[in-house]
Design a binder for this molecule. Structure first.
Ligand code: 2HA
Ligand code: ZN
Length: 272
């Protein structure tokens, strides 16, 4: 068996959580990540038939039965993941019943997966239907994105449009736009279902007055999406109270999308 602490998927998780902590996106126990793993790859590091414990998930995720996920732990701090992955992370497999998680590694102190597991697993199901190569769901509390939800209209179209205006690359990085949910109680199956519904259309979902979700084929893709939104939201918050003298016009966005060959949400522009 190879040393799991050297597994690429574990290192990626440690790097992402450390970076997010240092970007001041994930204070205290804020944020959570789930990463769908390849069982054959995991088998190089542990015996997948050795179930340490079973933990009920509280909802049904039958389409994910048999799938393995590396998931951040509930109440755990992103700050601490790098130095003690085995306590702060866990590898679970969704059992055939769809409602039980089998712990294969981690949560060493008797802990469990993030309270946002419903939003993660339901989002995985939604994204996998759109893209079989989808793997990562990431939740975070980036500062300016949160700030923007206090002062901006909370519709998918208006929020996406404002972000697209803030950096030239935005429409190229997330041409599919961003979904926006109103404030909702977190940690519930309801917010999980609402997030997954948005994930049918978007790789990015804002939880107003709380944070953001990003989904991608890789850790870099999910991280890069959130990072780009956060940068745009920062520009928005730095300029929102000042007279707008210049902007990226909708015609410019069309030129960008055409030049880079991306299929964008045409209905999110205000062209006649
Ligand atoms: O896990 O971010 O939304 C802590 C959170 C809950
Ligand atoms: Zn949160």
């Amino acid at each position: 068996m190879k040393n799991i602490l050297e597994a690429p998927f574990l290192r990626e998780m440690c790097e992402a959580t450390s970076n997010m902590y240092r970007l001041v996106w994930d204070e205290r126990n804020g944020g959570n990540i789930s990463y769908m793993l390849d069982e054959a790859e995991v088998a190089q590091y542990l015996d997948p038939s050795n179930v340490l414990r079973e933990i009920p998930t509280g909802f049904e995720a039958k389409p994910l039965a048999g799938k393995l996920f590396l998931v951040t732990g509930t109440g755990k701090y992103f700050k601490n993941v790098q130095n003690d992955p085995e306590t702060n992370l866990g590898i679970i497999r969704i059992k055939e019943d769809g409602v039980t998680a089998q712990l294969l590694w981690g949560y060493k102190d008797g802990g469990s997966f993030t309270s946002e597991l419903p939003a993660h697993l339901m989002s995985h199901m939604a994204r996998l239907k759109k893209d079989p190569l989808h793997r990562v769901v990431m939740h975070s509390h980036p500062t300016y994105t949160l700030a923007m939800t206090y002062v901006h209209e909370l519709t998918d179209k208006a929020f996406t449009h404002s972000l697209w205006e803030m950096c030239t690359e935005c429409i190229v990085v997330f041409p599919d736009g961003i979904g926006v949910l109103p404030w909702m109680l977190c940690g519930t199956n309801e917010i999980g279902a609402a997030t997954a519904k948005k994930m049918e259309e978007f790789r990015l979902v804002v939880w107003s007055m709380h944070g953001i979700y990003g989904a991608g084929r890789t850790m870099d893709e999910a991280f890069g999406l959130i990072e780009t939104v956060e940068k745009a939201a920062q520009i928005y918050m730095l300029t929102a109270h000042l007279p707008r003298v210049n902007t990226i016009r909708d015609e410019d966005m069309v030129r960008l999308a055409d030049h880079f060959g991306v299929a964008y949400r045409k209905d999110f522009l205000n062209l006649k």
